[in-house]
Design a binder for this molecule. Structure first.
Ligand code: ADP
Length: 565
């Protein structure tokens, strides 16, 4: 018994020793684990501190540089106030520096929103065609300024109407293409393409589609070593060539963060001295069951005049899909001959689609011939890659009824063609008369800051449009309420104002019991960075936004578009 009990005791002792050792081991492991965690936390906080310090030093440098230019140039301008060319030169430099400063501030605000988790994505319906078109308007002039060739290709697109965040998508595209332009020499080549692929997961396949975007340039490129750091804030290639190119080193990290939020991907290939290629893929929900109905003259013939084969093939494929017959001519004279015969034999086509180029004459030359030959009512549609704002006057004078911009989207072509040939829109108006005649239109400009108000009034007044002002939202609502219906044609509304802000004012105007309260076009004037503001502005019933500080081009573009409708 004793022995047993002795053994028992021994065993117990042994057991408790083993237990104790086990516990100690566990504790040691726990301590080690805690140590590791503490070390990691310390490292993370040190890294964060380092990042903050480097952020602050980069920021103060990056803000100071353009600020110095602005202040220096202002002083030089003031001391040479009577020398027009000198002052002009100073003003141009101030403009460049302030644009740069603005983009820096916007980038920093975006970065801070992202890193604090305050950046939220919008979920709204948007048209891919409109988005790509808007984006092209921003980047094409940048490339043109450097005499670069800018090519854009649209591949297979399954869904044009998508749900997602169009403003942030545009920001991603503009950043990447903007860099391609920036880091490519004069007369270089920028190639951009868009296409879609279907979702592979069968559960999501019905609703989800991936947008694939590629931007290729033959610019200065990047080393393999730098590519590993390209998405880190403030990282820039550190060499002679780059130091002369303005930039903050924030664009790519914003792009990467936004793509992460969108569940998208980005890969970059690059070779120093040869160029770079950015591939982006983003999932979007497709809007289904909302197909627009186009009244296309199915079974009829369309005359297509275009010498560039790839363009003609694309138009041809789209129209055949809707059972239209195509007669394709590469020469203007062939088209005229064919049309003359068709007229004689009483088998006129339902429209002429004029392309980008003809082998023997300018596209608009053919438009004039056809207008003369076929009469006032014959529909002429121009599908081309031109700056419509610049060409509009000449095009309409030459007889063009409607314009469809390239890159070409099916829905735009169908909508324009059905508008011209279909039953519902037959009362074609002559848009020429209104182009420069702004004098009869009245704008309400709502802005609390006196200097900003003065600038905006000045920018708007050069068009001849009548401008009335209000100093806050309350005054704006009252001015609108006390005016006759249709008195104002457009409202430019600041957002942050005392007494009543822009959102509230827009909401109240929309709620007024009068017909024009629902239809008046309201443009929010927001700081570029606040994508969130734009979303709120839309929710308040505003139609679009222009960024502050206000840009003359953008304001005039809005006037041109809105007042002519
Ligand atoms: P930045 O404001 O300097 O352009 P980004 O974050 O947009 O900042 O880009 C980071 C850096 O990556 C750039 O400074 C440049 O060195 C490099 N980079 C980005 N895009 C390109 C490109 N297309 N070609 C060559 N270098 C590029």
């Amino acid at each position: 018994m004793e022995c047993i009990s002795h053994n028992d005791n021994e065993e117990k002792k042994e057991c408790s020793t083993v237990e104790r050792e086990g516990k100690e081991q566990e504790e040691i492991l726990q301590l080690r684990q805690q140590n590791l965690e503490l070390k990691a936390a310390l490292e993370a906080s040190e890294a964060e501190n380092r990042a903050k310090t480097s952020f602050l030093s980069s920021m103060s440098h990056d803000i100071r540089t353009p600020m110095n230019a602005i202040m220096g140039m202002t002083s030089i301008g003031l001391s040479h106030i009577d020398e027009k060319s000198r002052v002009l030169d100073c003003l141009q430099k101030i403009k460049t520096a302030s644009t740069h400063l603005m983009s820096l501030v916007n980038d920093v605000l975006d970065m801070s929103r992202i890193s604090s988790g305050r950046m939220t994505l919008n979920e709204e319906e948007f048209s891919l065609a409109d988005l790509i078109h808007d984006m092209t308007i921003i980047v094409r002039p940048q490339a043109a300024q450097k005499h670069q060739e800018f090519q854009m290709e649209i591949g297979q697109i399954y869904e044009e109407k998508l749900i997602g965040d169009p403003l942030h998508l545009r920001q991603i595209l503009v950043n990447i293409i903007g860099n391609a332009v920036k880091y490519t020499q004069e007369k270089g080549l920028i190639q951009v393409s868009f296409s879609q692929h279907r979702e592979k997961d069968p559960a999501k396949r019905d609703r989800q589609v991936w947008l694939d975007f590629c931007c290729k340039d033959n610019g200065i490129g990047m080393s393999e070593e730098f590519l590993k750091r390209i998405f880190i804030p403030f990282e820039r290639v550190n060499n002679e060539k780059i130091s002369r190119i303005e930039g903050t080193g924030l664009g790519m990290s914003i792009v990467k963060n936004l793509l992460d939020l969108m569940n998208g991907t980005i890969t970059v290939e690059s070779e120093e001295g040869r160029g770079s290629c950015f591939y982006v893929s983003i999932p979007f929900v497709a809007v289904t069951g909302d197909e627009e109905i186009y009244h296309l003259p199915e079974g009829q013939t369309v005359l297509l005049a275009e010498s560039v084969d790839s363009r003609a093939e694309q138009i041809d494929a789209y129209l055949r899909e809707r059972s239209l017959d195509i007669v394709h001519c590469k020469n203007g004279m062939d088209a005229v001959t064919w049309l003359t015969e068709a007229q004689y034999e009483n088998r006129m086509p339902c429209a002429l689609i004029l392309g980008q180029e003809l082998a023997d004459m300018p596209a608009l030359g053919l438009a004039s011939h056809v207008r003369e030959l076929a009469g006032k009512e014959f529909p002429i549609l121009w599908v081309a890659e031109v700056d419509w704002a610049q060409m509009e006057y000449r095009a309409v004078r030459s007889g063009v009824d409607a314009f469809v911009p390239c890159p070409l989207f099916k829905t735009r072509l169908f909508s324009a063609l059905s508008g011209l040939t279909g039953k519902e829109i037959k009362d074609k108006k002559d848009p020429v008369g209104n182009i420069t005649d702004y004098g009869k239109y009245r704008i309400l400009l709502v802005e609390d800051n006196e200097l900003n108000r003065e600038i905006a009034v000045e920018l708007l007044s050069v068009t001849g449009v009548q401008v009335e002002t209000a100093e806050n939202g309350q005054q704006a609502v009252e001015a609108f309420e006390n005016s006759e219906e249709g008195y104002y044609h457009l409202i430019f509304m600041d957002i942050q104002m005392p007494v009543m802000n822009g959102y509230e004012a827009a909401k109240r105007i929309r709620q007024l019991e009068r017909a024009d309260a629902k239809t008046i076009w309201m443009v929010a004037m927001t700081a570029n960075a606040f994508v969130e503001d734009i979303r709120l502005a839309r929710a308040a019933g505003m139609n679009e936004h222009c960024s502050k500080p206000v840009d003359m081009e953008r304001m005039h573009e809005i006037l041109r578009r809105r007042l002519r409708e």
